[in-house]
Each structure stands twice: as C-alpha cells, then as structure tokens.
Design a protein around this ligand. Structure first.
Ligand code: SAM
Ligand code: SF4
Length: 325
C-alpha cells in the first residue's frame, strides 16, 4: 500500500488495549488515565477482520502493543489467528514483560516471532520509581525465557536525562552475553510530555564508544523500524538507537497504527486518521473498509515536527499508552 509520498506501508501496529499494569512516568500519570469503555474497544473479531483486509492490501507484519497487550485476555489466541492469515509474515509484541513469564508458553506455542521488552533500569529501586510498580525480577525472567527459546528479543530503554543516564553502559552490556538487541529510545514529547529529559542518541553512542571502542554498524536486518544498529566487538547481541527527536526518519516510515478504539492513526505525532470502528459498526462491507484504509494511508503526513512542537497543528494530546507506542 503506497502513500502520496511513495512510501510503502506494510507494517501495522495494533494496540489491543489502553490498560496497563504499570504507570511509567513518561507514559501515564500516577493515578492512571480514564479507561476506554469496553464497548468502544475493538473486539478480537473486529481486529481480525481489519487484519485480513490489511493483509489483502499489502500489510505483511503486525505488532501487538498497548497499553500493555498481555493484560488483555486471550492475547495468545489473537497471535495464533493473525499468524494464520495469508500474507502475514511476522507477528510480534511489545510488552513491559511483567506478565510474560506466565503467558510465555502460550505465546510461544501460538508462534510469536519476536518480542520487544521495555526495561529502563537495572536497579530494582529505580524500576519502582520509573514504573511506580514492582516487577523488575519478572521482566528479567521474561528476557531470559525469550532468549533461551531463541525468540528474537529486543530491549527497549527510554533514555532520560537525570533518570537513567548513569546506567546506559550497564544496560548496553546486556547485549554482551545475551543475543538481544538493546535499543535506546529518545524520549518523545508525545501528549505534551516534558522533553527537556531527551538525551540525543549520538550522546549515548559516544558514551558507549568510549567504553566498547568505536562500534561498527551492524548491517544484519533487525526488524521493521527505523533504528540504526551497531555491534561492539565480542558482543552476542547488538545496540540500536531510535532517534525520533534528533534524526527524522519520516521519509522511510513504513507503518500505521490501529488504536484500541479502532482509529487508524497515520503518524505518532498527529491525531489525524480514520475511525475504522465507526465505519465497520455502521455496516461497511470489506470492500468499503479496504477503500477507507487505502484512502487514509494515502494521506499519511509527510513528517513529524517533534522538534518544532509549539508550532505544529493537529497535535496528539494522548499519552503513548493510549496511542499504542
Ligand atoms: N506496555 C508496553 C511496553 O511498555 O513495552 C507497550 C506499550 S508502550 C507505550 C511502547 C513503548 O513506548 C515502550 O517501549 C515505552 O518505553 C515507549 N514509550 C512510552 N512513552 C514514551 C515516550 N514519551 N518517549 C519514548 N518512548 C516512550
Ligand atoms: Fe504501561 Fe508501557 Fe506505558 Fe509503561 S510504557 S505505562 S508499561 S503502556
């Protein structure tokens, strides 16, 4: 599926819920956010219908996210059903890892291809401060289960000035002995977040280079996204950087998002898109839905303007948990 800037859109991120069992400081307020009423959230049947139609339009890869995708009951059945759709080549999940140990076998049997686990610190006390919940040990167990089973595993670390910038080296070291890709994500001001905390990726890379030696670019394919990867000498895994703030990668953007409410969202920064749920619940045929998806994707914005935030229009006011980061 092409947009008007000739980008090929073949990657769909689906948020299956806005609910979460953590309250990460950069994502949700301590008291949580008002939950979307159940009847407004897409059912699994509705998600499957949209997946089938999207696959027919050229989507080959699906990522399930949230909120926390593993808090939604029966997520393993959804994974298995999506895996069975002709044209879908990869189903992955982005999770905070808390429920992964108990759901691991079911997800593995369902055929999950890749798992991204969020981890911003190796310090138990800091974990509690950042996530405002317990569970550090479960996240570490989740990482081990995935790597032991040979599942492609990435660790997502949101880099925050004054919060975890003293741990970048230690977190990157996880990739020395484990076949994981540790990715540092530039903190993004989604939902008008405080972006003073952003650490530019080059600054993190300089710190790592100073310790590991200049890191060679890792040319192996690593997935669906815009991250740049490096492989330090002697490491089993690799190090990646997702630099939405300092290095616009919009010209290569290959993705759209489906929110838990069934809104087809074109760009992380803007709230432009189409409610496929409303069209579907008004009785649209598959053909009409396919036309709505194609027309919406065609109008994907050229680029984000996170760096010129004050001047931008149609700005997304919701936090990542609501959008499906
Ligand atoms: N709950 C799951 C998790 O935490 O992995 C999936 C949803 S979460 C919104 C997806 C990713 O977005 C996580 O890796 C999280 O660290 C990241 N994220 C959330 N808010 C962010 C922000 N303001 N800037 C950068 N990354 C953010
Ligand atoms: Fe929940 Fe993920 Fe947001 Fe943390 S980043 S509050 S785990 S949705």
């Amino acid at each position: 599926m092409k947009d008007r800037f000739d980008r090929n859109i073949d990657y769909l991120r689906i948020s299956v819920t806005d609910r979460c069992n953590l309250r990460c400081v950069y994502c949700m307020p301590e008291e949580g956010v008002e939950s979307i009423p159940h009847q407004d959230v897409l059912t699994y049947e509705e998600i499957m219908r949209l997946v089938r139609i999207s696959a027919g339009l050229g989507v080959t890869r699906i990522r399930l996210t949230g909120g926390e995708p593993l808090v939604r009951k029966g997520i393993e059945n959804l994974v298995a059903d999506i895996k069975a759709v002709p044209g879908i080549e990869q189903v992955s999940i982005t999770t905070n890892g808390i429920l992964l140990p108990e759901k691991f076998e079911a997800l593995h049997s369902a055929g999950i291809d890749a798992v991204n686990i969020s981890l911003d610190t190796l310090d138990v006390e800091k974990f509690k401060k950042i996530t405002r919940r317990e569970g550090f040990e479960r996240v570490m167990e989740a990482i081990k289960l995935c790597t032991d089973a040979g599942i492609k595993t990435k660790i997502n670390c949101v880099a925050m000035k004054g919060v975890n910038d003293d741990e970048f080296l230690a977190i990157a070291e996880l990739a020395r002995d484990l076949p994981v890709c540790v990715r540092f994500i530039e903190f993004m001001p989604v939902g008008k977040n405080d972006f003073e905390k952003c650490v530019p990726w080059q600054e993190i890379k300089d710190t790592l280079d100073a310790s590991f030696g200049p890191m060679a670019v890792d040319i192996e394919p690593h997935g669906n996204g815009p991250a740049v990867y490096f492989k330090p000498d002697g490491f089993k895994g690799s190090i990646g950087f997702i630099s939405a703030m300092t290095c616009a990668f919009c010209d290569k953007c290959n993705r759209v998002r489906l929110t838990a409410e069934g809104f087809l969202k074109l760009c992380l920064q803007y709230d432009v898109g189409t409610s496929l749920r409303d069209i579907m619940r008004a009785g649209a045929t598959d053909e009409e839905l396919a036309t709505a998806i194609k027309t919406t994707v065609w109008n994907k914005p050229k680029e984000h303007t996170f760096n010129d935030y004050e001047g931008a229009e149609d700005i997304e006011e919701n936090s990542m948990s609501r959008i499906g980061g």
